[in-house]
Design a protein around this ligand. Structure first.
Ligand SMILES: CCCCCCCCCC/C=C\CC(=O)SCCNC(=O)CCNC(=O)[C@H](O)C(C)(C)COP(=O)(O)OP(=O)(O)OC[C@H]1O[C@@H](n2cnc3c(N)ncnc32)[C@H](O)[C@@H]1OP(=O)(O)O
Length: 391
């Protein structure tokens, strides 16, 4: 059997997003199959024509089904823990166990067919989603009525923060600090506020290896959190849905946090082999008491919006059905207040803590740099990427 590999190039490429798709010339026994060779070949051609990224989970499933359909059960040695992409592919193939080749072939055809229709219909339902609308790839930034709104705009990825998004948020915050708006609002597009750090950030390892990756990650994170510490105007979070990881920890640096009653607040750092960031090791114990902070940051307790409000992390909770209307009405009223008075008052309240916050930020980033190199962290990332675990 002859076969070759092609790679589909996708926007926002990370290592896992260039998982190879197999293209084969098959010489299969038609009579033994439920899906014919022609169906299988058509399905493989259809994959190449997909206009939207089907996502890593689907790509791994396609890879695994293709291997199972053409070679049978996984017979390769298991890749090492740091070989993230090959390990994710191996895990996906191995998970199919002794699934018969014919069934794998049929499942491949069915999966491609469902992907083709769902990707087509989702692009009809949400035109513009995930597309550049304001010069940003991962954000929608608008400024009106004295309010600059920075909206995280990767709804299909639950607004996970990829490296590009970290850079774009820093850029947007710096621009907002200088524009003529009175207040700045951060919110999410879609059903999530944010699922936190994009775990595929861990996959494209530079020539300097994982150490260099971790070092660059710590530099990026320190600069990113620093922008929140230094932001001079009232900064408000509109938490429209569940929030995870760094999107939660940063809330301690906001001046008001309004949440939908659909929102939840989850910092599963120990589960991920990681440690707190966003200055939360300092702000959370102050906001909610050390014991409550430890429940969240060490034991990964997920809070409802009501619980987060009772503990002081959230300013006020609104029913999801009226969340947008009520909060925007309030924000528009805030934005009419004299901007200089608001900026100066925020400064008096926040400035004396700034030096401490920068020191905490530096320490948290340095600790995390070490954590990212640990087996605990690597295993958690691999497990998520190979779909063995979710929060
Ligand atoms: C070493 C270099 C580092 C460089 C970066 C430096 C800065 C890092 C600083 C911060 C470090 C850590 C802080 C954190 O934020 S830790 C928290 C990390 N987040 C998670 O662990 C969440 C993982 N996601 C999930 O558990 C689930 O997706 C969910 C959020 C519970 C939602 O589940 P669902 O069933 O409703 O939806 P699902 O199908 O899983 O998701 C839809 C698609 O979105 C993708 N996706 C969601 N969240 C993430 C994520 N955090 N990272 C990457 N991808 C994510 C998911 O994979 C689906 O994609 P696809 O359709 O399969 O392609």
């Amino acid at each position: 059997m002859g076969w070759e590999q092609i790679e589909i190039s996708l926007p926002n490429c990370s290592a896992l997003q260039v998982i190879s798709f197999p293209v084969v010339q098959l010489h299969l026994n038609r009579t033994a199959m439920r899906a014919s060779q022609k169906d299988f070949e058509n399905a493989m051609n259809q994959v190449k024509l997909l206009k939207k990224d089907p996502g890593n989970e689907a790509k791994l499933k396609l890879y695994a089904l293709y291997k199972q359909a053409t070679e049978g059960p996984c017979n390769m040695p298991k890749p090492g823990v740091f070989d993230l992409i090959n390990k994710a592919k191996w895990d996906a193939w191995n998970a199919l166990g002794s699934l018969p080749k014919e069934t794998a072939r049929q499942n491949y055809v069915d999966l491609v067919s469902s992907l083709s229709s769902s990707l087509e219909s989702s692009s009809q339902v949400e035109p513009g989603t995930d597309r550049k609308s304001t010069g940003y790839e991962t954000l929608m930034v608008t400024s009106e009525d004295g309010i600059t709104k920075i909206m995280l705009n990767r709804p299909t990825k639950k607004n996970a923060l990829n490296v590009e998004m970290y850079h774009e948020i820093m850029h947007a915050l710096k621009a907002a600090s200088k524009d003529d708006s009175a207040i700045t609002v951060l919110t999410g597009n879609g059903d999530y506020y944010s699922s936190g750090n994009d775990l595929t950030n861990f996959t494209d390892i530079p020539p300097g290896g994982v150490e260099e990756k971790a070092k660059n990650g710590a530099i990026l994170l320190r600069e990113f959190v620093g922008c929140f510490i230094d932001f001079p105007k009232p900064l408000i979070a509109m938490v429209n849905g569940p929030a995870v990881g760094i999107s939660v920890t940063l809330l301690g640096l906001f001046d008001a946090v309004y949440a939908s009653d659909r929102a939840t607040f989850h910092t599963p750092f120990s589960h991920l082999g990681q440690s707190p960031e966003g200055c939360s090791s300092y702000t959370f114990p102050k906001i909610m008491s050390p014991a409550k902070a430890i429940e969240m940051l060490v034991f990964g307790k997920k809070l409802t919006a009501g619980e987060a409000c009772a503990q002081g992390l959230v300013t006020e909770v609104f029913p999801d059905s009226t969340f947008q209307k009520e909060v925007w009405t309030r924000l528009k009223a805030f934005a009419k207040l004299p901007p200089n008075a608001m900026r100066i008052s925020k400064g008096i309240i926040r400035n004396r803590e700034k030096e401490t916050l920068h020191a905490v930020n530096a320490e948290e980033c340095s600790v995390l740099q070490g954590r990212w190199l640990s087996d605990e962290c690597m295993n958690a990332v691999v497990n998520f990427l190979s779909r063995k675990s979710k929060l």
